[in-house]
Design a protein around this ligand. Structure first.
Ligand SMILES: NC(=O)c1ccc[n+]([C@@H]2O[C@H](COP(=O)([O-])OP(=O)(O)OC[C@H]3O[C@@H](n4cnc5c(N)ncnc54)[C@H](O)[C@@H]3O)[C@@H](O)[C@H]2O)c1
Length: 388
């Protein structure tokens, strides 16, 4: 039985995965092989020596000292895209909120409380103030076509919208999964000029901070709306409120309320509900549990934030996983030691990224403990695991 330590409450859906592989998940266990958490702050945490990996059920890893763990050969996993559908659904809701005065109408309907039998008549006479437009046939500009953006783009096509996508760094996987009706745009300003609705799905980076500002807002079509379920810092709020006031921008729907946006006409603030669904939490937990099990059982790395992705099917009698600094000649020294035992390497997969590199070597015979020790003692080796 292998133990997994949970540092937060985690969706019960993981039990099925852990049970199947004979793992025990608990808040308090001895010699855990892995740690599973959501937002627990691991900075300064006294990590048990036995831990091989950390699974974060979610995308952000600010709560985990990822570089420090890389130095120890502890792999940190996250679950990118596991909440993508939840965010997509909120964006579809935001699109409808932009087109129709639904939130204003709901607020107004509440003011009719106490008017008794008059309410239906008052509704019929007052509703014209809240008439809006449809999204069918309108143009949606999607900025960023990653896990969320491509789902939004595809769903909008299904809803009968014309969709334009802009993503200079689109992954091959995202491109394969994009509906062929999504038109490619290579110039952000051109997308802004053509779209009735613009939705942001890019990461917050120094290069994207304040990307929506007076200059880019000025390129937007008159009367267009903007949706931001990505990160608040992507937009300069003062510039957004100024173009709303001028009437050039119709609505701004954001999942990131802040003081300067609250109570501003035509700003709809959603209290960061993008990923807040039971299903998203279940998906994140499941993905993290699968990543942990595949790593502990096979050494495969998928969705790590401190080691390169590296996976392959098992061949041979045993596998050794070598964690090392991303410098020259480490793997040749490892294979020289294996060759001295006259053992054939049946499969070899080596990947590097940033400061770290990782290799999986499948061997046709069992290597001696003495040779494994020699590999461990080579320069620039961080960790060696023998996986039988
Ligand atoms: N509202 C929420 O609760 C919530 C939940 C999850 C994610 N998010 C946010 O949604 C955003 C997208 O998340 P994701 O999971 O789709 O990320 P992702 O990494 O899968 O996709 C991001 C895409 O943006 C593209 N990109 C990067 N820089 C760009 C630029 N300058 N112009 C155009 N495209 C650019 C990348 O090539 C990539 O395809 C992130 O900002 C994330 O923080 C919000």
């Amino acid at each position: 039985m292998k133990n997994v330590l949970k540092l937060n409450e985690i969706s019960g859906v993981v039990n099925e995965i852990f049970d199947m592989h004979g793992y025990n998940l608990s808040k308090d266990c001895k010699e855990p092989v892995a740690v599973l958490l959501r937002s627990y702050d691991m900075h300064g945490y006294d990590m048990p020596e036995s831990v091989l990996c950390v699974g974060r059920a979610g995308a952000g890893v600010n709560n985990i000292p990822v570089s420090e763990y890389a130095e120890k050969g502890v792999v940190v996993f996250n679950t990118p895209g596991a909440n993508a559908n939840a965010v997509k659904e909120l964006v579809i809701c935001a699109l409808l909120l932009c087109g129709r005065k639904i939130t204003d109408g709901i607020k107004w309907a509440q003011t009719l409380a106490g008017k008794g039998d008059e309410v239906p008549k008052l509704v019929e006479s007052g509703k014209k103030a809240f008439a809006g437009g449809e999204i069918l046939g309108k143009t949606l500009g999607v900025v960023g076509l990653g896990a969320i953006g491509r789902l939004v783009a595809n769903a909008a096509v299904e809803l009968g919208m014309k969709v334009i996508g802009y993503d200079p760094y689109i992954s091959i996987d995202a491109a394969w999964n994009l509906n062929h009706n999504v038109q490619k745009e290579t110039d952000l300003n051109a997308l802004l000029a053509k779209s009735d609705f613009v939705t942001l799905h890019i990461p917050y980076l120094p290069s994207t901070k304040g990307m929506i500002n007076a200059q880019t807002l000025g390129k937007m079509k008159d009367g267009a709306s903007l949706i931001n379920c990505a990160r608040g810092e992507l937009a300069v709020n003062a510039d957004v409120t100024a173009v709303l006031k001028s009437g050039k921008l119709n609505r701004y729907v954001t999942d990131f309320p802040c003081e300067e946006l609250l109570g501003v006409d035509n700003v709809i603030t959603i209290p960061h509900l993008g990923a807040s669904t039971e299903e998203a939490e279940d998906n994140c937990a499941r993905m993290a549990a699968r990543e942990i099990v595949d790593f502990v059982e096979n050494g495969n790395i998928t969705n790590s934030v401190n080691f390169p992705n590296c996976s392959s099917s098992r061949t041979g009698k045993m596998r050794i996983a070598v964690f090392h600094k991303n410098v020259k000649n480490v793997i040749s020294s490892v294979s020289d030691l294996i060759a001295k035992e006259n053992i054939n390497i049946s499969s070899f997969n080596s990947q590097s990224g940033g400061a770290m590199a990782y290799a999986l070597l499948d061997l046709d015979d069992e290597i001696s403990a003495a040779t494994v020790e020699k590999i461990r003692k080579l320069d620039n080796i961080v960790r060696v695991r023998v996986i039988k």
